[in-house]
Design a protein around this ligand. Structure first.
Ligand SMILES: Cc1cc2nc3c(=O)[nH]c(=O)nc-3n(C[C@H](O)[C@H](O)[C@H](O)COP(=O)(O)O)c2cc1C
Length: 204
């Protein structure tokens, strides 16, 4: 399977990068190929602009930069997002990538008054370290909120039904916790080409 990993973290030494590196090395050893979109390192501009507004309104052309992003999304069978939880959601950099790249006519369209997803990827996933603990996510429903917003609201909306959510609580915690998170990312990379099940998620 060809996987596009998209990472949004300014620090290459971050735990988010460490999780992605574990995922990539095991996904590759399981026979997958991986392309990396490192949004900060590449200097992606996340600000939705007047050109994007015209495109959304059906009066603009796709710019070369966005066409390149479309190409690398389309060149893969699966998309894996790696980002730290910031304010119970994705960093603005990644949100801007979704806003600007998952455009109308590319990622979804309208047919007979209904929206229709246009992405045909076999699966998608998100891998998100977070400082808070498991109980905190459960108590306030943040895990479900992320799933609703990103699994269903972004990937499902665009036609990708098989979506894994991997949230890594206590990511600023002990070495033992971090080692177990890295092992989980390695395992997810190893089995990524298979269909996901709820057991794939730490939250289960
Ligand atoms: C701006 C900002 C907002 C954050 N918001 C949350 C949050 O809403 N929930 C949470 O559990 N952790 C939050 N954190 C903690 C990060 O998730 C944590 O620092 C990160 O996952 C650690 O991984 P890293 O080394 O890759 O940054 C926040 C951190 C920052 C910098």
């Amino acid at each position: 399977m060809k996987i596009l990993t998209v990472i949004a973290h300014p620090n290459e030494g971050s735990f988010t990068h460490a999780l992605m590196n574990e995922f990539i090395s095991s996904a590759k050893s399981a026979g997958n190929t991986v392309d990396v979109a490192d949004l900060y390192a590449e200097g992606f501009d996340p600000c939705f602009n007047m050109h994007d507004i015209a495109l959304y309104g059906g009066t603009g052309e796709v710019s070369d930069k966005i066409a390149n992003e479309h190409k690398r999304v389309m060149d893969t069978d699966a998309i894996a997002l790696f980002f730290p939880i910031w304010w119970w959601s994705m960093p603005a950099m990644l949100k801007g990538w979704v806003d600007r790249v998952f455009t109308s006519g590319f990622a979804f369209t309208f047919e007979d008054g209904n929206t229709k997803g246009l992405l045909t990827h076999r699966k998608a996933a998100m891998f998100c370290p977070a400082a808070s603990d498991h109980g905190f996510y459960r108590r306030y429903g943040y895990h479900n909120a992320l799933q609703r917003q990103i699994d269903a609201g972004v990937f499902g909306y665009c036609g990708i039904a098989d979506v894994e959510t991997h949230i890594f609580p206590n990511a600023e915690g002990s070495d033992e916790t971090r080692a177990s998170h890295l092992a989980h990312a390695r395992q997810a990379g190893q089995s990524f080409a298979q269909s996901s099940s709820l057991d794939d998620d730490i939250f289960g």
